[in-house]
Design a binder for this molecule. Sequence first.
Ligand code: AMP
Length: 495
Amino acid sequence: MYDFNGLNEECGVFGIWNHPESAQLTYMGLHSLQHRGQEGAGIVCSDGKEFVSERGLGLLTDAINKTKMSHLQDYQYAIGHVRYATSGNKGIENIQPFLYHFYDMSVGVCHNGNLINAQSLRQELEHQGAIFHSSSDTEVIMHLIRRSKQPTFEEALKESLRIIKGGFTFAILTKEGLYGAVDPNAIRPLVVGQMPNGAYIIASETCAIDVLGAEFVRDIHAGEYVVINDEGIRVESYTEHTNTAISAMEYIYFARPDSTIAGKNVHAVRKASGKRLAQESPAETADMVIGVPNSSLSAASGYAEEMKLPYEMGLVKNQYVARTFIQPTQELREQGVRTKLSPVKDIVHGKNIVLVDDSIVRGTTSKRIVRMLKEAGAKEIHVRIASPEFMFPSFYGIDVSTTAELISANKSPEEICEHIGADSVAYLSVDGLIDSIGLDVDSPYSGLCVESFTGDYPAGLYDYEADYKANLSDRQKAYLDQNKQYFDSEGNLNV
Ligand code: AMP
């Protein structure tokens, strides 16, 4: 059966136009985006005539080895992808970019995010005779483009972008140009940079621009696409119906601390969220603050600074283990936590600790860590989470698409405290999060997507709506009831 929940993807995309070392630069760009996906990687290159592609499973270094790289020399145009996938669609057939050869053109395409109407579009397309060979949403857009009656590729792309819904970015390569597109809410990020030789690049995060010594040019805003070709760069809109809602989870967890999203550096945001968390929920008896490496270290340093407590290295991360979430089963996930983190016994023994983490999703990680720290002799452990309670699933490409897997959908902070064996648990407030990110409220390009904390879905739910509504937990219902502003008069989500 088609794997509905296997569609979610939080990935990294990259593209470069007109550089003699396009493949090497794409490789380096993808390497800096590796944190966005470790289950597969691929590069498509072109010299304006021929297209070549290499891809593979695992980390970039495994997916594209020396031999594969040698096939990608001497091309000037390239796109690349690192892939994060859930169980069920982990095969090589899903590794992007996809490369299509048509009678009149070739197209390389890759995307980040999740299309929330992909399932219905797919069914419609299949009824019309389309044949899919992967479970990736990327194929959907390609079918839409090819079926479009528009006279040019660009017009067909525009039309297709108006049909798909959700949180997404695309990087597309043809012999005419490199295209980058962002969803109408700019939920998922995409930026443009320029190499010292003038070549333009697009990337999911600014860290990929920095690593190449390129200059940041601009964010691609909600409902925009860029066309990069031999004439330079052109930014266009494919829809007037935009409402910027940048994913708060990019700031909280996904992006690299040295990246900047919508003008806000990720480390600075995380640090501010730690400070605010300390103001909202100080742990008075604590001797020290420790963070869960790596994504929580910035928030932990902010918490410590605000509390005037020492910031200590109480946990060490084995840097060679992929992110815990990437393991497909719960059993492996739990195993993963153990191989990934170790307590520094001499530091934590006999101490009252504030343990700062960026989020609690399933609750597996914090439970393991609290136990580990207690076994290492820690006295009290006060868990402080630098984001609000993760109560609602996300359908916009962060791999948490069912209520069942969210511990906060069913348990209060007190119940979670007991479940994970901590001495206290507290979360950042939604306002605290919004203030810490500190987007410029007057800018038309600012606005946040905090759907996992409020149940407010700016891009709608489409194929997920029925299932989502049918599975709302009592705790979620109670929250939504108290926050009626998220619903319209007919009880539909006010999106
Ligand atoms: P858990 O509560 O065991 O599900 O894991 C929570 C941890 O996973 C957090 O500390 C984050 O560092 C990380 N995390 C949060 N959201 C995600 C996500 N959407 N995908 C992967 N990892 C995540």
